[in-house]
Design a protein around this ligand. Sequence first.
Ligand code: CO
Length: 173
Amino acid sequence: MIMAERKIRVYGDPVLRLKARKVEDFGEHLKPFVDDMFETCINNEGAGLAAPQVGESIQMLVIHLAQDEQEPIMLNVFNPEILESGGNIAMTEGCLSLPELREELERPEKIKVRYYDYIGKEYVLETDGFLARVFQHEMDHLKGVLFVDHLTPVRKTLLKSKLKKIAAGDIPQ
Ligand code: CO
C-alpha cells in the first residue's frame, strides 16, 4: 500500500470555510484516503485532522492520540454528530491550518458522539478530556468553523495581523 501525505490547507483557503458534505458510499474504496489522512496527521504531529484541511470537503476526520505505554488511539470518523454534551472547560488548542497559533478557549467538557468508520459501522462514544476536545475541534472543521472563531473579539483583534500573515503564506507550516 502506497500512502501519501497530503498538503495541508491553511487559513485563508476557502475550502476551510465550506460546509462539508456527508459521506454516503462507505467501503474499502475509502481506505486509501483514511491511510493518507493518518499519514498526514502523524507526520505533522497533529492530534487530529479533518478532511477539509487537505482540500476534501467531506464529513470525515481522523484522530491520533499517543498514550503512555499503550497503543495510540486511532479513530477514523465519518459523519459525526454530537448527541449530548455537558460541562464547560478551558483548554489550549492549536490547528495545523493555523500554524504557530495556540489559544485557550472554553468548550463542553463531555460529549456523546455518534459516528461511522469507513466501512459504515456505527459507533456511539461517550468521552471527556482531551479526546472530547479533539472531536469538537475537528468537527468544527466540517462546518467551516476554525477555533479562532470562538475567541473573544478582543483576542481576535490582537491576532489580526498574525492571521493575515498566515493567509498570505508568510508563516511556514
Ligand atoms: Co484544526
